[in-house]
Ligand binder design. Structure first.
Ligand code: SF4
Ligand code: SF4
Length: 323
């Protein structure tokens, strides 16, 4: 039986919504089949008021052991480092986070905000938000780069906005069944099993990408063309399994005609949401994508793109998924 305590900081509850939609396993399965003891969760916890406060203090003081401390949302440090923009159960949330992280066997950041600061940490960041162990791509965040939980692990970052339900539940199952040592992390502390491949991997538009055939307009044949060239798709630069582990078991953003906006990466949201940057490929000299697929150089990419366009077969200019 592994105890799980879940708190929320600067969050929209999106990761909670995602978690509650889990199917393999479901949240019920986690409790009945995998022995998760859900000590408290903002949407599922039964305790309120003084009872809840006592429970939290018992966890924070080590009276009640916490095996897995899950945090959703950014850590709000403002104003002036006091954290009083986010008060929960009579004290700044950041104080709860510090105490609970010190007691937990494992600390898990769920979502981009808890992992890297996410949307709340976007400039000018009025709440002084940050991630648990990273601020954007920089190690540190709230707990510091050297933080290790009682089990000797750094914060496990399940990035995403939101994280896919399977990414959350499968990591919780691994931790709850004593397989923490099997979770290999990348340099941003994301589980490699989910964050090594790209959104691009398995996208049904890959044939179009290969021959540099662009989608022409939103809603104009959502299954035709690739969204990289005009619509700002970040699939080739974003580490996620979104086209391998489908959403709702059937689709993904890019399959539905929506560009990947890179929500599993520390820079998300990109370009500080400046007008004209969302859903628009940023280009140099009007034609060259400012960012090319990870691992490719601009010159190599340009040469390959030109050749691919010339050699594009006729099928690459059509909708391949006509029913
Ligand atoms: S739509 Fe995006 S993820 Fe899909 S093939 Fe094009 S660039 Fe890759
Ligand atoms: S497709 Fe991209 S933006 Fe959408 S959930 Fe996956 S990684 Fe995030």
């Amino acid at each position: 039986m592994s105890s799980v305590l879940w708190f929320q900081g600067g969050a929209c509850s999106g990761n909670t919504m995602s978690f509650l939609n889990a199917e393999e396993p479901t949240v019920i399965d986690l409790i009945t089949d995998f022995g998760l003891d859900l000590v408290w969760h903002p949407s599922l916890g039964l305790e309120t008021g003084a009872t809840a406060r006592k429970l939290f203090w018992d966890c924070a003081r080590g009276v009640r052991p916490v095996d897995i401390f899950v945090f959703e949302g950014s850590v709000i440090q403002g104003p002036g480092g006091r954290g009083t923009y986010d008060v929960f159960a009579d004290r700044p949330m950041q104080d709860w986070v510090r105490d609970l992280a010190a007691q937990a066997q494992v600390v898990v950041a769920v979502g981009d905000c808890a992992s890297f600061g996410g949307l709340p940490a976007t400039a000018p960041n009025p709440t002084d938000s940050t991630g648990l162990q990273f601020h954007r791509r920089d190690p540190g965040g709230f707990l510091g780069a050297d933080f290790r939980s009682r089990a000797g692990l750094p914060v496990v970052n399940i990035a995403g906005c939101p994280a896919h339900p399977d990414w959350i539940t499968q990591i919780l199952v691994a931790l709850a069944t004593g397989r923490a040592a099997d979770i290999a992390l990348d340099d941003l502390h994301r589980p490699q099993t989910f964050f090594t491949s790209f959104t691009h991997t398995g996208c049904t538009r890959n044939g179009y990408f290969e021959y540099k055939q662009s989608t022409v307009a939103f809603g104009d044949g959502t299954r035709q063309g690739c969204l990289f060239y005009e619509f700002g798709c970040r699939g080739p630069m974003t580490h996620s399994p979104c086209n391998r582990i489908l959403w709702n078991r059937q689709s993904s953003k890019t399959r539905a005609g929506m560009p990947c906006i890179g929500c599993t990466e520390p820079e998300f949201p990109f370009f500080d949401l400046a007008p004209g940057t969302v859903f628009r490929t940023q280009k140099v000299a009007g034609v060259i994508p400012r960012e090319v697929p990870e691992g490719a150089g601009h010159l190599t990419y340009l040469g390959q793109a030109a050749a691919a366009r010339i050699g594009a077969p006729s099928w690459s200019k059509k909708d391949m998924f006509v029913v």
